[in-house]
Design a protein around this ligand. Structure first.
Ligand code: ARG
Length: 472
């Protein structure tokens, strides 16, 4: 069936046809298109809009096509898109009666429906992959609730934490990335079918029925909005951009921590490469590529928003150019998620180095100031001032943390016109000890092993609860 023959005197040039074809990316919506045609035809039959026998023939041909798959379709340059290819297939099977399938339906509402159907499957696939990643992070965290390590702000030593606490920060970001997709899904899973080209149809179609048959939560209530809205795509791609930003940040830390200078982790050899000239090299290439590939999603998001911003209501062919950016970003996100998950599981943490860094460079100084507040009831700002001076003098005189005692502190306090504090040396050493720094941080959300175990349990419950809801 060549729809051009009615209105147009000439076929498109083959270059123009190729230029405007969406077939390259339409394979993503093949199954959805068959499903959509099936539901629409069934509805036309149920509502007695088309003849029951003809409907059955159409449904039979569509079933055959679903079984044979995408490769059963034939394409030449006269076939603009998947919708025409599917219609041609049905025509080939049952003859011109195939044309009844298109009663009260346009490719405009059809493509919008197809994208939503195909996308919701992809969203769930990505969500499952996120949950799997979180599960693996949790397993790793369980082994490291007492593995001391230093947390950074401004990439400078800040305060001691544990490796588990850091890993759980990754997991919490990923949980939000998961939930964002969950929210978006609600706006994806709405039915535009029945919107027609833009203004519905005079046939008494039953939109509730197709909504039910296709598993949508509701209809899109305005037909013009139904065929032209693509904000659900922009929103999904933003979610994916955010997800791959989380993944890129993790990748960035893998790169940093595996350096000689940090010396905190070893990435598995199977996720590293070497140099063609420097025999000693072990390079974190997979993390680097993941970090770089994440930016593709940002590019895709801008492409989508930029196409969207200047097209008038309702359907414009420009919309076709949005969809490939969605599929690109889905594939990109999935592959980064998968490889980062596999790579992280090979990471070995250097516990000795973690403890060494946590005890070095005055990462425990906050707790010394806190001790002054607790023991001597002086305002924190005064304590901050004394400890700041303690650290600067210790750095100047190359003193180790163990050399900071009550005498040293009081000399400084007096020098600053604050009276001597007479802190017990034992308490000073406890305050400066990275392990007690961590163990005593027992407030919800804190790094103490006890609190991290609570956080692990909560997140584990969340992941298991979500996984039990997904049954595709
Ligand atoms: N390939 C088109 C797309 O992706 C399908 C809709 C075509 N509609 C039209 N009026 N040419 O948007």
């Amino acid at each position: 069936m060549n729809i051009r023959k009615g209105r147009l005197a000439k076929s498109m040039t083959s270059d123009a046809a190729e230029f405007s074809s969406s077939l390259e990316f339409d394979r993503y919506i093949f199954e959805a298109d068959v499903k959509c045609n099936f539901a629409h035809t069934l509805m036309l039959k149920e509502e007695n809009i088309i003849d029951g026998e003809i409907a059955d023939k159409i449904l039979g041909a569509l079933t055959k096509l679903r079984e044979s798959g995408f490769d059963a379709l034939e394409f030449d340059y006269s076939v603009e898109d998947i919708h025409m290819a599917v219609e041609n297939y049905v025509t080939g099977m049952i003859g011109p009666d195939a044309g009844f399938m298109h009663t009260g339906k346009s490719r405009n509402d059809q493509v919008a429906t197809d994208i939503r159907l195909a996308l919701r499957v992809k969203i769930i696939e990505i969500q499952i992959a996120i949950l799997d990643f979180i599960k693996n992070i949790i397993e790793m965290a369980k082994k490291h609730t007492e593995t001391i390590f230093v947390g950074y702000t401004h990439l400078q030593h800040a305060q001691p934490i544990t490796f588990a606490h850091h890993l759980m920060a990754y997991a919490q970001s990923l949980k939000r990335d998961y939930n964002r997709l969950y929210d978006t899904y609600k706006r994806v899973n709405l039915n535009p079918l029945g919107s027609g080209a833009l203004a519905t149809t005079t046939f008494p179609i039953n939109r509730e029925l197709t909504t039910k048959l296709l598993g949508f939560d509701d209809i899109l209530e305005n037909s013009m909005d139904g065929v032209s809205s693509r904000d659900f795509i922009a929103e999904t791609v933003f979610d994916l951009s955010m997800l791959t930003t989380t993944l890129a940040k993790i990748a960035e830390e893998m790169v940093l921590w595996s350096s000689y200078e940090f010396g905190l982790i070893q990435i598995g050899d199977d996720f590293s490469s070497t140099s063609s000239i420097m025999p000693q090299k072990k390079n974190p290439d997979i993390a680097e590529i993941a970090r770089a590939k994440s930016t593709r999603n940002n590019g895709e998001l801008i492409n989508i928003l930029t196409i969207l911003k200047a097209i008038p209501f309702t359907y414009n062919r420009d919309l076709q150019e949005i969809t490939p950016h969605l599929w690109n970003s889905i594939e990109n996100s999935y592959s980064i998620l998968k490889i980062m998950n596999d790579m992280l599981q090979t990471v070995e943490f250097n516990e000795k180095r973690g403890l060494e860094l946590a005890g070095a460079n005055f990462a425990t100084a906050t707790d010394l100031a806190d001790l002054m507040v607790k023991e001597k009831n002086i305002p924190f700002r005064i304590a901050h001032k004394i400890v700041g001076r303690v650290v600067s003098e210790a750095v100047e005189n190359d003193l180790a943390i163990e050399e900071i005692n009550t005498e040293f502190i009081d000399k400084i306090a007096i020098d600053l016109d604050i009276e001597a504090l007479n802190l017990e040396n034992d308490l000073i050493q406890i305050a400066l000890d990275p392990v007690s720094n961590v163990t005593l941080r027992n407030v919800p959300g804190g790094p103490s092993p006890k609190m991290v175990e609570v956080a692990i349990k909560n997140l584990e419950d969340f992941v298991n609860g979500e996984l039990s809801k997904k049954d595709i």
